[in-house]
Design a binder for this molecule. Structure first.
Ligand SMILES: Cc1ncc(COP(=O)(O)O)c(C=O)c1O
Length: 410
């Protein structure tokens, strides 16, 4: 490694076999149904587009848009709208407990800077989304994985292995990350696990960091509340969320941290987060002023997303009926489907070979290993399928997946 560069960004940047083959296929102009694409702006959704247009038109008419009076925590009216959103979920939270960020990933960076010094440890769920490990590493932190236990057949709720996590916590541990609901399993954190984690975090003096960007994607009623509800007397609790998933508007780069926990700890955390945010002032005040209007469109957007995801899930379930070895795992929320299957049934040696074979047939899905999903047996595989595509396109992709998993010739 060249001595001029820091270790924190010294990953192997060569594209993997799958990325190389996808690029080749695209460059050659060969058709591809992309069921790995989780970008909602590619999904022809009407609600987010209309809400954004209305909010930007209002911003254009507002004379205040011409001024720049930055507040390090973010525009007060925007923060109040966010706090109101969390109050609807049962949290006792005011605008002063919110700090706006330019995307959830930046929120993670602020939180990691707040909590850890280089070499300190954050505990992340496995399976999970690989980005968090990179975000931790970029702040000089180490990531340790704690296990989520899969549900019994037919159920959707993955459980936190609290004992295994407790055994891993050490003197350099600073935070435990929860994803509620989780990507890609679509499982909420069980209220009993949340209570156990709060007790553990209080006892071992670590913070709870709860990623709730998919909070509005529950498939049914009765979704458990987020981590901010009931956080008042507990350990430091930081909830991350934002419009990229809640409103399917990733191009806005608007997100927030909502901070709870014992008041002395919480207020100190907020003062420090304000200092961190002030060093960058990265949130556009212009967009932040649009946030209350955007959030007002929340329910309609959630309904449209839910309908899309539900329809595609039903199509995938239908298609997989013709592939006896493959199972669509139940999910409580989220935009992805998990398919548990057997690579051998499709004539592939393992999960990676299966995904490459699917690509040859013209459909792209994510292999489970990207999310640390362990195969259950030799030849076992998980596929992570984005449910956002337009239904006709999705149906074509689902048929291609089912054909391969049933061993039908391509
Ligand atoms: C669970 C989860 N949290 C956070 C993010 C990043 O969100 P943002 O686009 O707001 O940075 C993602 C992106 O897919 C995600 O899946």
């Amino acid at each position: 490694m060249h001595r001029v560069f820091a270790r924190r960004a010294s990953w192997d940047l060569t594209p993997n076999e799958l990325a190389r083959r996808v690029a080749e296929r695209r460059a050659g102009g060969r058709p591809l149904v992309d069921l790995a694409d989780a970008n909602p702006t590619h999904a022809s959704l009407r609600g987010p587009r209309e809400a954004l247009r209305a909010a930007l038109e209002a911003a254009a008419r507002d004379p205040e848009s011409a001024r720049y009076e930055p507040d390090p925590r973010g525009d007060p009216a925007a923060r109040e709208a966010v706090a109101a959103w969390h109050r609807e979920d049962g949290a006792r939270v005011g605008a002063e407990q919110i700090v706006l960020t330019a995307g959830t990933s930046e929120g993670y960076a602020h939180v990691f800077r707040l909590l850890g010094d280089p070499g300190d440890v954050v505990h992340l769920p496995a399976p999970g989304y690989g980005l968090f490990e990179h975000l931790a590493a970029l702040e000089g932190l180490e990531a340790s994985r704690y296990p989520l236990r899969p549900p019994p057949a037919g159920e959707a709720r993955w459980r936190v292995d609290v004992e295994a996590l407790a055994a891993e916590l050490g003197p350099r541990s600073r935070a435990v990350l929860l994803v509620h609901p989780h990507n890609p399993t679509g499982s909420f954190v069980d209220p009993a696990d949340l209570a156990a984690l709060r007790a553990l975090a209080a006892e071992r003096r670590v913070a709870l960091v709860s990623d709730e960007v998919f909070a509005d994607s529950a498939r049914g009623p009765g979704a458990p509340a987020g981590a901010l509800a009931g956080a008042e007397d507990g350990p430091l609790c930081v909830v991350l969320s934002g419009v990229s998933k809640l409103l399917a508007l990733p191009q806005c780069k608007l997100a927030w941290l909502a901070v709870g926990g014992r008041s002395a700890l919480r207020d100190e955390a907020l003062a420090r987060l304000e200092f961190i945010a002030d060093a960058y002032l990265s949130v556009s005040p212009l967009l932040a002023r649009a946030l209350p209007r955007l959030l007002a469109a929340r329910r309609g957007i959630a309904r449209e997303l839910l309908a899309r995801v539900g329809e595609n899930r039903a199509r995938l379930a239908d298609a997989l009926r013709s592939a006896p070895g493959a199972a669509l795992l139940p999910a409580e929320a989220g935009w992805s489907a998990l398919v548990r299957c057997d690579a051998h049934a499709a004539g592939a040696s393992d999960e990676e070979a299966l995904v490459l074979a699917l690509l040859e047939r013209g459909v792209l899905v994510q292999p489970g290993f990207v999310f640390d999903l362990e195969p259950l047996h030799a030849g076992g595989a998980h596929l992570v399928v984005s449910l956002l595509a337009e239904p006709d396109v999705f149906a074509r992709g689902a048929e291609l997946v089912a054909d391969a998993l049933a061993g039908r010739p391509g």
